[in-house]
Design a protein around this ligand. Sequence first.
Ligand SMILES: Cc1cc2nc3c(=O)[nH]c(=O)nc-3n(C[C@H](O)[C@H](O)[C@H](O)COP(=O)(O)O)c2cc1C
Length: 745
Amino acid sequence: MTEKAPAYAILWASQTGNAEWIAKNIHKEAETRGFKGECFVMNEYELANMDKTGVLIFVTSNTGDGDPPDNSSKFWRFLRRQKDKEYFARCKVAVLGLGDTNYSNFNNSAIRLEKKVRDLGATVFYEKGLADDAEGLENVVDPWIENLWPVLSDYCEKKDTGVDPNAKLAAAMSEVKISPPTDADIAAQEPYSMTNRREKLPDVVTPYTTLQNSLVMNEQINGDANAIAGHKIHIDTEALANATQLTGLPRIPAASAKLVALDKGTEPSQKGSVPQFVYTPTPVMDAVVSKVSCISRKGALKRTLHLELDLGHETDFQPGDAFGVLAPNDEDLVQAVLRRLDIKTAEQEMQMYAVQGDDLPSHLKHATCVSMVDLFRYAVDITTAPRKALLRLLGEYTTNAQEKNQIMFLCSKQGTAQFNALREQQPTLLDILTTFPSCHPPIERLLDTLPAHMPRYYSIANSPLAHPRAIRFAFNIVQYTTADPYNVARKGVATTWLDNLTGMVEAAAHDAEPTLIDIAVKERIVVPIFFKINNNSFVLPTDTSKPMLLIGPGTGIAPFIGFLEHRDEQRKIRNSLGGVGAFPDRDIANDFGEIRVYYGFRERNKDYLFNTELEEFVQRGVISSLELAVSRESEKKTYVQDLIRRDKQELYDFIVNKGALIYVCGDAKGMATGVHEALADMLVEYGNMEKMEAIRTLTTWITEKRYLRDLVRYQSLRDLLAQYNANKTRQIYSGHKHHIDTLTT
Ligand SMILES: Cc1cc2nc3c(=O)[nH]c(=O)nc-3n(C[C@H](O)[C@H](O)[C@H](O)COP(=O)(O)O)c2cc1C
């Protein structure tokens, strides 16, 4: 046995908070178990003295196309530049990856990270865990952590705390005995029925409410507290009835947050229209809505809005760059959650607090002067289906034995099927608290456990050459009904908020031809945004002669509209100069590479987005060929990947011989996988390759940024469509690329 290390270091990288939360919980539990160590975000790797620490535990998620999260970019640069091949020779490492099998580069960052540190001399002391968000991260994360402890004690010194760690961890034990409910407990719990779900499912999901801009209108907070009620969740408890013990429960999340009340009269500090504590990597800008249009037509499955925001001054950006929108949680939902948590008066809502505690999650770190209501508007996610750890926590604060058994069952091994069914119902925090009326969690413990409320990212669909102080973007309004038999109407957070803000486009939504509406100046509608740093490389090459293949069905076309507008402007500039530099007679056509566009939609008269723009780009020669995949106009459904297959010989020449860059934007699962397959088959047929070699070639192209993908995981479109057809309810699925709305998390 090798000498044990005196301490461990955990290094995490997280884009939306999961990896951070998991890493910090591992750290707290390790300390409770008597290990000594520290926990850092990867970009602060210098603080970890990695080469000397001995035991390193890496927890990383993925973003983009198998890329590491932004807060590890500096660390990756350090790894890439590391010349000392023995840098990690003294280190024992373990890697936990959080990924999603809806993306083809599943857990790429974790896999690459393990390989990289190994190449730099590290020894892997514990097999890496690769968790899948599509299935539920807990399925891999919990056993991975459970089995880490005995292995870790072989490699890392453990203090004898004088206390039996198992006793100390009793509160976090992973097994519970089922306590028999009393008759009163049973009587107190209303069984689930279609009538006690509280909220009647509307015949048609109407997109508009009278909700005002809650960001700027504080008077709003005293709105009707009973405006919405939660839905009761359906739980099949047959398996529970036969169980006597539940096992495999997640640990209770470590306690950290403390709410310290500030003096009455303390004013909340604002950063423009959002509270100061909301952390953004670049400054928040209060962009003003200058144009709104509905670019899908009547009868389209999804309603698509196109917004133009005035930034107030010329700004440095590129078409395709991502920016974040800081949308609050739905105000009615916030109000209802607060009431349920016994925050009943306006005074209680507006009470200011400092959130204090060791190792607070990033989204609470700056909350030193924040009102109770703003914590629920901007800090925590109250709409995403719960993690098992949240249910476990709620179980601790549930007094009715019957309800408590059910919650514990849902997060136990025995209740796996029921937990999956629960996720399908996509309950909000309010729904869970409605289902378990005797559950009264302290707000501080909820702050510890609820995920971070995230900005939603969109990509810029215009050129700064055409509109230097404006950004445009397009998105589908996320509204859908959960799978049978739950049938609960759900709305995306950000897209619904934007839709409500700009609700005056309602009239246009009912017109056969959508019209561009100029918002009257008196209606100053503010959308707080910030630019993403480390913007992806999903932007135009500076060399205008580089040929490009652009593949983007649905709203995936939006960044390409920006690309095309940019090339169009560049062509106009060169034309106006009468040629190029020292060669005024040169034909500018040679300076602009061919651009081929593959675009897909359902029906020409319903959701052929940006049709006018695209056809004009063809006429002006900006687009060399526009191939349209129309999926619902004939018996045979045609998708973009079918057209790639049809044209594979020409495309082989275009990509391999002419060196065209490939851009794919949109759905990660169906579309991107189909396109990837079609490209691989193209290489097999015309590049004389085996399938494996073709796949490897595509991976190399991705690494070399010749093949760029900007993908988002949509919830199964097939499920939603099946339901749409079954219910004939108006459902509009999904959002836009980058967009992480309730539907996609
Ligand atoms: C925009 C986006 C892109 C993603 N790309 C990938 C990917 O390429 N491969 C993968 O395995 N997971 C991918 N994921 C899934 C995340 O890794 C997973 O949801 C994880 O739980 C997020 O953890 P975090 O909150 O710590 O960032 C992606 C998620 C999003 C939102």
